[in-house]
Ligand binder design. Structure first.
Ligand SMILES: Cc1cc2nc3c(=O)[nH]c(=O)nc-3n(C[C@H](O)[C@H](O)[C@H](O)COP(=O)(O)OP(=O)(O)OC[C@H]3O[C@@H](n4cnc5c(N)ncnc54)[C@H](O)[C@@H]3O)c2cc1C
Length: 417
């Protein structure tokens, strides 16, 4: 190899992780070629911006890193190099301002991804990053040393040499935006440990009656508490809101609990959650209010008048409580405080916001290089971690792209020495 300046790094995958790796590398003068299977980069990033691009979170460091659960030891070193504050400062260098929402979540002004991506791509082109679209990476050909990357293009197969490679191929959610997880087979064939990709931040299937599905799909169930027992037998309890979907349940509270719920389903085939429909009323108070004379009112009217239960919450109660239990105040109160809802399956990964699973951290060195494939680095959602929504996903993607970029730089330096 001649010198670091002439080194050629290939980045495969133009999501936030790959673009960040390219950014780090190109700003030091390294020649970067970025390949992506799609006609344009950053498609999932742009979609994320449709619902309000939540780029990171301002919560205290300790609670922030705890969001990565079992993957914390893998993610924490990345955040030490490029954490939430660095990310915000970096967004500002693109001429895009950020603001903190009431929940501590951080958004770019305007909440969209498009202005940020536009400015970023302009800057990347300015520092010489070459973009090669419609190049689907298929794997390598040739011996391990000097192996060439193989891409499928509209003009047939193309082989490319690289001094270092950063793979940032995403997970497997929303495959029509480019990340379809086909790389799992390719890396496993090379002996790399990859945990199966699974739905994360996803909805769950519930067997609804036609009445509930037709009348209430799309409706939010606000300010409830969900409790259940996780796979380790620990009680889980969280307040928030969720949405009735025609297939089951989805929305922020469900996504926040999704990893635990998914793990119980994996073991038991289903999970029953208890929904407290009126968390601000004690059972005692509910009993007194419900026990007031009903007169000739229907149960629906009585519950609306006595405890304010109506609409979708009342529909859930009628869906899940036996008619005879309405005449037993004790049982009715128990149901309102802990309505049992059976989740029978995780929604498919194609619909999930993100995916769990991916390249196992034990397969990587502390610079995110695949130990078995010297010079090949990994970044982003293709690594084996998961986190709830709230900006934690993008923060880790950017941070891991940053670390992989620096890892590749250091690797190139070592090759020259
Ligand atoms: C609806 C939705 C909303 C979201 N909102 C937020 C949010 O507000 N905040 C947040 O933190 N996160 C959010 N996310 C998650 C976030 O967008 C992802 O975690 C993030 O985009 C992952 O980045 P990545 O670079 O690892 O992968 P990706 O963004 O998936 O990019 C991977 C790239 O690799 C390319 N690729 C894949 N395979 C190949 C191949 N074989 N050859 C060539 N190229 C390939 C793909 O085309 C793609 O461009 C949201 C996700 C969704 C679906």
């Amino acid at each position: 190899m001649e010198s670091q300046r002439a080194s050629r790094v290939v980045v495969v995958g133009g999501g936030p992780a790959g673009l960040m790796a390219a950014d780090v590398l190109a700003h030091t003068g390294v020649h970067v070629d970025l390949y992506d299977a799609m006609p344009s980069v950053g498609r999932k990033f742009l979609l994320a911006g449709k619902g309000g691009l939540n780029i990171t979170h301002t919560e205290a460091r300790e609670s922030f890193v705890a969001r990565y659960g079992a993957a914390r030891p893998g993610i924490e070193p990345m955040l030490e190099q490029f954490g939430p504050d660095d990310l915000r400062a970096w967004v500002h260098t693109l001429g895009v301002d950020t603001f903190v929402g009431s929940s501590g979540r951080v958004f770019p002004t305007g909440m969209k991804a498009a202005p940020l991506l536009r400015a970023w791509l302009h800057r990347l082109r300015g520092v010489g990053v070459n973009f090669h679209m419609r190049h689907r990476w298929l794997g390598w050909c040739g011996a391990e040393e000097g192996a060439q990357l193989v891409f499928a293009t509209r003009d047939g197969e193309r082989r490319v040499e690289a001094d270092a490679t950063v793979l940032a191929l995403g997970g497997a959610s929303w495959p029509r935006l480019g990340s379809d997880g086909t790389w799992v087979t390719t890396l496993r064939a090379r002996g790399v440990m990859v945990a199966p990709l699974r739905s994360a931040n996803c909805g769950f299937d519930v067997v609804w009656s036609e009445h509930l599905r037709a009348g209430f799909a799309g409706q939010p169930v606000k300010s409830v508490v969900i409790s259940f027992v996780d796979v380790q037998g620990r009680p889980v309890r969280q307040r928030g809101e969720f949405t009735i979907a025609s297939s089951g349940v989805e929305g922020s509270l469900i996504y926040a609990l999704a990893a635990s719920l998914r793990d119980v389903i994996a073991v038991n085939g289903e999970v029953t959650i208890n929904v407290d429909l009126v968390p601000d009323r004690t059972p005692q108070r509910l009993s007194e209010e419900i026990a007031r004379p009903r007169g000739r009112s229907s149960w629906s009217r009585h519950l609306q008048r006595s405890i304010g239960l109506h609409g979708v919450k009342a529909a859930l109660l009628h869906e899940l409580v036996l008619p005879q239990d309405f005449d037993n105040v004790e049982r009715l109160v128990a149901a309102i405080k802990a309505l049992p809802l059976r989740l029978v399956a995780t929604r498919p990964i194609q619909e999930a916001i993100s995916s769990a699973g991916g390249v196992d951290f034990v397969a990587l060195d502390d610079q995110q290089m695949i130990r078995m494939l010297p010079g090949v680095f990994c970044a982003g959602e293709m690594l084996d971690w998961e986190a709830p929504t709230g900006g934690y996903l993008l923060t880790a993607c950017f941070a891991s792209g940053h670390m992989a970029g620096n890892g590749a730089l250091e690797w190139l330096g070592r090759q020259v020495d």
